[in-house]
Design a protein around this ligand. Structure first.
Ligand code: CU
Length: 325
């Protein structure tokens, strides 16, 4: 593969992102760390985990080659996990808060996809995944319960946007451990189909480093295409990609939404996503059918040709910052 070309393409895409982010996003925000134009004085490039625009993949997912979740603290906000150690295989309470710069619990959040905060827990070996919606007490303490079936190291992600002028969307990550006998598993091999509860989900398209790529997921049950997917949090599917090696977090959302006049309730759900780098990613698709949310998981390689339709599949090169859900 031509690394030079890819780097150039990425630089161009990044420049575009920076340009549009200032026009549309939080350019007037007071968060100095985010005011980092391309070709800035060379400082401020150390924390390249998030593009200006605030890791704002909710609002402009086609544009942001942003990886979130690598930091427990970012832009003055900290994910404080009250339950960093739990027992494997038992229903257990997970409790945490988001702290501001002065250590106070944040109580004002902007609602995104119907929720103030999305809480994802994934095992470091990417074999366990939970997308949870905790409840917030008035004092800012969040709690939910979950069963982590296997012992080992986990990463907990809080995906939220403070309801504060100029604040961008953030994904903070914190380590979490489930006690018990730990048998490390390899990341599952790359595959273009996944089975869950009698459903088969087929993936075409792929992730591309530094450039937006289309991922199309086709849902079938008992060999028949599912054409009556149910909206889940305002979409026919939610997709999270985690990078193997460090669990860098990408939250991507479908192209189109229920009721927009053009988006069908299956069998296909289409997403646009930009991988922050080449490498192995695990994709987790949440979809709702028959009143139940299920998760299909895939391992994909970013930077390799897409399984069946080629890397330019779909022809949708949209870097459109105005794409909203
Ligand atoms: Cu969520």
């Amino acid at each position: 593969m031509n690394t030079g070309l890819k780097i150039t393409a990425f630089a161009a895409a990044a420049a575009t992102t920076f340009g549009t982010a200032y026009g549309v996003g939080k350019g007037v925000g007071p968060v100095v760390a985010d005011e980092r134009p391309a070709g800035h004085d060379g400082h401020g490039t150390a924390r390249e985990t998030k593009a200006p625009g605030g890791g704002d993949d909710h609002d402009g997912h086609g544009a942001a080659a942003a990886a979130g979740g690598l930091q427990v603290s970012e832009d003055g906000y900290t994910l404080a996990l009250d339950t960093p150690r739990v027992a494997a295989g038992e229903r257990t309470e997970l409790r945490f808060s988001i702290r501001d710069e002065s250590g106070r619990k944040v109580t004002a959040f902007a609602r995104e996809h119907g929720k103030e905060l999305h809480f994802i827990v994934a095992s470091r070996d990417l074999t366990v995944y939970r997308h949870l919606h905790p409840t917030r007490a008035a004092d800012g303490t969040w709690s939910t319960s979950a069963v982590l079936p296997a012992a080992g190291a986990y990463r907990a992600f809080a995906d939220f946007k403070p309801a504060k002028e100029g604040a961008g969307a953030l994904t903070l990550g914190a380590d979490l451990a489930a006690s018990g006998t730990y048998a490390p598993a390899p990341v599952p091999a790359p595959a273009t189909t996944a089975k869950v509860d009698g459903y088969e989900v087929a993936l075409t398209g792929g992730l591309r480093p530094g450039r937006s790529g289309e991922l199309r997921l086709r849902v079938a049950k008992d060999g028949r295409p599912v054409t009556d997917l149910q909206p889940y949090l305002g979409a026919y599917g939610h997709l999270v990609a985690l990078r193997a090696g460090d669990l860098a977090y990408l939250h991507v959302h479908p192209d189109g939404e229920p009721g927009d006049g053009s988006t069908e309730p299956g069998p296909e759900v289409s997403f646009t996503a930009t991988a922050p780098s080449s490498g192995t990613y695990r994709l987790f698709l949440d979809f709702r059918h028959g009143g139940k949310v299920r998760t299909a998981a895939f391992t994909v390689e970013a930077g390799k040709a897409a399984p069946s339709t080629g890397p330019a599949a779909g022809g949708n090169e949209s870097e459109a910052p105005g794409h909203r859900h």
